[in-house]
Design a protein. Structure first.
Length: 293
């Protein structure tokens, strides 16, 4: 073989290897650092998030009639039952309540590529894995969990996460139900020490269109040692055995409390996709004027 050809081939291999390293460096550089301990800021939607159990408040949720029927019969004291006291929130719900969470990277020891992001959520001591290695989601019949199965990818500086196989729970503690067919898109967007977290939940059983929420977290300068949430069952409110708090259709005496408190028509706080758009404002004004006459 001509020595020149050997030299050329060697040079080409070196250049190719250099390009691979450069490409990997660029990709690694483009990824925002999300590792750390994050605490919630509750200046946004505070009453919805803490305590978040106001009956009759279904504002902003594109719920359908089935979800509304369920929520109107829901009694918030149900969470005091022994069977429900330590029931975790599922992924679309848990970020909306009181929460601190830790996130860290799991890397391939040889290539240092990120295999997954791991999260520990202080509320109910939940763990999540966001797989970054391109693996597929499991089949529909695979077990569902409260945190579901998550895969992620970077789009510029935004980490986009897709989650399936989520157990049914609630979108709000006021009784708005979620089904086990719910899927969730998340966007993690870091701005300095602030983390914007956007959730888009899709539920063909209880929602007529995607339900969008956003919340902010701040990076903690000092590590938090109070992560343990050792939930213990206790008889908080004595009840007859096997009684599940609920209201029959049309018998919930608290449905109008939120409406009366805010001076809004019941129709406006009853949820539904139409009430979430700016085009609903003229109708809201008209309904309010009619009720004030």
């Amino acid at each position: 073989m001509n020595p020149r050809n050997i030299s050329f081939a060697s040079s080409a291999m070196l250049i190719g290897a250099a390009l691979i390293v450069l490409s990997a460096s660029v990709n690694a550089f483009a990824q925002m650092e999300l590792s750390g301990e994050w605490a919630g800021k509750y200046h946004e939607d505070q009453t919805d998030r803490i305590p978040g159990d106001v009956q009759g408040d279904f504002t902003g949720v594109p719920m359908n009639d089935a979800a509304r029927r369920y929520a109107e019969s829901f009694d918030v004291t149900r969470v005091a039952l022994l069977e429900h006291q330590c029931q975790p929130y599922n992924a679309p719900h848990i970020y909306r309540g009181p929460l601190q969470f830790r996130i860290w990277e799991e890397k391939d020891p040889a290539t240092q590529e990120i295999i997954a992001y791991k999260e520990y959520l202080g509320t109910y001591m939940q763990y999540r894995t966001i797989w970054m290695d391109g693996r597929p989601h499991p089949p529909e019949y695979a077990p569902h969990t409260f945190m579901g199965f998550s895969t992620g990818q970077w789009n510029g500086d935004i980490l986009t996460v897709t989650t399936t196989h989520i157990k049914k729970e609630f979108y709000r503690r006021s009784g708005i139900p979620s089904s086990d067919l719910t899927t969730m898109l998340e966007y993690y967007i870091r701005h300095g020490n602030l983390l914007s977290h956007v959730i888009i939940a899709t539920d063909p059983v209880y929602l007529t269109e995607p339900y969008v929420n956003s919340q902010e977290f701040v990076l903690m300068d000092r590590g938090n040692q109070n992560w343990l949430y050792n939930c213990e069952y206790a008889m908080e409110v004595p009840k007859p055995k096997n009684q599940v708090p609920h209201y029959l259709p049309g018998k919930n005496p608290f449905l109008k409390d939120f409406s009366n408190k805010c001076g809004l028509p019941s129709e406006a706080v009853g949820g539904g996709a139409a009430t979430t758009y700016p085009e609903y404002i003229p109708k809201l004004d008209e309904t309010t004027r009619k009720q004030s006459r």
